[in-house]
Design a binder for this molecule. Sequence first.
Ligand SMILES: [Zn+2]
Ligand SMILES: [Zn+2]
Length: 155
Amino acid sequence: MSGIKDFVDLDVYNRPVECPKCGGVMVFKGCGEYRCEKCKYVDYDDYGKVRNYVEGHAGVTMAQASDATGVKQKTIRTMLKESRLEVADGSTVFLKCEMCGASIRSGRVCSKCEVSYNKMVEDRARKKQAKMMAGFGMERGNIDEGAKRFKRDNI
Ligand SMILES: [Zn+2]
Ligand SMILES: [Zn+2]
């Protein structure tokens, strides 16, 4: 199961995984937005919620954004810190993607790993659902295989 732990660790913004309406898999659309692949219901993770709110309410304080979105101030502070870490052009200091080690300009992982990470979460949610339908089977082997495939793609 090596590799799986890294993915779980990334989930600091309460990513929606299952649709609250129909239980379908929530698919990553970018910028904190997710859409149910079955009923098209749209939901946001903490980052998406805060981002939407701040965009519609110029000049809000962190406390106001926290009250309005229900996202903890500590989490919002982390978001601010991450975007403030963006490095200037020509700088020799680069952040490293926590998953593949590539140089990145902000955040914790590169955009490639972010996409792969979200595919992985969606995949696991689908497998979990398939497992619930089929009873307990040999899903575990499949999940290990998925993790290996993911690693190979990102070397
Ligand atoms: Zn749904
Ligand atoms: Zn990466």
